[in-house]
Design a protein around this ligand. Structure first.
Ligand SMILES: NC(=O)CC[C@H](N)C(=O)O
Length: 371
């Protein structure tokens, strides 16, 4: 097949330069480089707003073989700063496919590089930690790119991905306010599937405004960046705790921890993939989970707070879930809405519904009381 070949370069902060084939848009794009180990789900990865500002490397060697479609999106369009693959498929094959991965990236102005050693890139990230990187189809000298990589990146990611205005998806009689820090559509879909009337509000909505909807529950969404860069959200969560049942996912989980006096820290290279084993300490069951995070709650910082560890990562022992001792608040670091990934943790949305219904009916029992 005739294919216009353009060279692209990926330059890492540590000075490594990878030359490959451009298969996306032309230009120059800076971001934090991370890797995702999912064998499928590349379109959900591209459109997950938590990747805003990041260049994503896929460890699976062939990407794009089932094309792209209008259903597998987690937001309006791709949020990544760049996409790095070993090989991309030029001839997608799937009954739902409407475009190729390269066509999709080009249409959305996203840079892509193929034909590079993604194993080596991943090993570098694993040993040196998450790094800054630049993807370019231009002739900018490496020294100039490295000089720009030594400058700090903006830290206001949430403001770029949150909804600009409040919107409502009617679906039932449980009124849930979802705080959108860069929410995946899967979260709203999971609530709508459970007869919720979902009111999605911008990240900087105050606690008073949230409560003015008289919600039966509040959902704190996933989102990009360091949770400590959103002090306004920590403040809001602090004020909401105890007023209404709360369920937090990923960034939402981290905000609950920070609002409760615990600490978050950066993982060396993060968890991004669809097969992370997590143990539910209450049932002893292990779920295979979908994950995408670079920060984590520091376990020792839970001491002296009212939060109890509820879920633990079986690969590295990190904190994966928390429950409040006295208030209707719980959260997980991973993605029960999956998309991509297994539905093992879907039950957490049912738990949230139970909490909402019990609280509303005046029969909710706290963790401490149940013990
Ligand atoms: N998916 C998320 O919500 C990620 C949370 C946060 N941005 C992190 O990287 O840890």
């Amino acid at each position: 097949m005739a294919y216009e070949q353009t060279t692209a370069r990926l330059v890492l902060e540590d000075g490594q330069v990878f030359e490959g084939q451009s298969f996306g848009a032309n230009g120059e794009s800076f971001g934090e480089i991370v890797f995702n180990t999912g064998m499928t789900g590349y379109q959900e990865v591209l459109t997950d707003p938590s990747y805003y500002g990041q260049i994503v490397t896929m460890t699976y060697p062939l990407i794009g073989n089932y094309g792209v479609n209008v259903d597998d999106v987690e937001s309006r369009g791709p949020n990544v700063r760049g996409f790095v693959v070993r090989e991309f498929s030029e001839i997608p094959s799937h009954f739902r496919s409407m475009d190729s991965i390269s066509g999709y990236l080009k249409k959305n102005g996203i840079l892509g590089i193929a034909g590079v050693d993604t194993r080596m890139i991943t090993k570098s990230i694993r040993s040196e930690g998450t790094m800054k990187a630049v993807l370019t189809t231009e002739n900018t000298p490496v020294e100039e790119l490295l000089a720009r990589l030594s400058e700090p990146f903006a830290r206001d990611q949430i403001d770029h991905v949150t909804t600009q205005s409040t919107y409502r998806s009617p679906g039932g009689d449980r009124r849930i306010v979802a705080m959108d820090f860069g929410m995946k559509s899967g979260v709203v879909r999971s609530l709508l599937a459970r007869h919720c009337d979902v009111i999605v509000v911008p990240a900087r909505t105050t606690a008073e405004e949230v409560l003015s909807w008289q919600p039966h529950g509040v959902m704190l969404s996933n989102g990009p960046g360091d949770p400590e860069d959103a002090p306004y959200a920590i403040e809001t969560v602090k004020k909401l705790m105890g007023k209404v049942p709360i369920f937090g996912i990923c960034l939402g989980h981290q905000l609950i921890a920070l609002a409760s006096g615990a600490r978050t820290e950066k993982l060396r290279f993060g968890h991004r993939g669809v097969n992370h084993p997590v143990k539910d300490l209450k049932t002893g069951r292990i779920a295979i989970t979908s994950q995408n995070h670079g920060y984590v709650v520091a376990p020792e910082s839970l001491e002296g707070t009212d939060l109890v560890l509820s879920h633990v990562n079986q690969n590295d022992g990190t904190v994966e879930g928390l429950v409040h001792r006295h208030l209707p608040v719980f959260c997980v670091q991973y993605h029960p809405e999956a998309r991509p990934g297994p539905d093992d943790s879907d039950y957490l949305f049912d738990d949230f519904m139970k909490m909402v219904d019990d609280y509303r009916a005046g029969r909710w029992v706290s963790y401490a009381e149940a013990e």
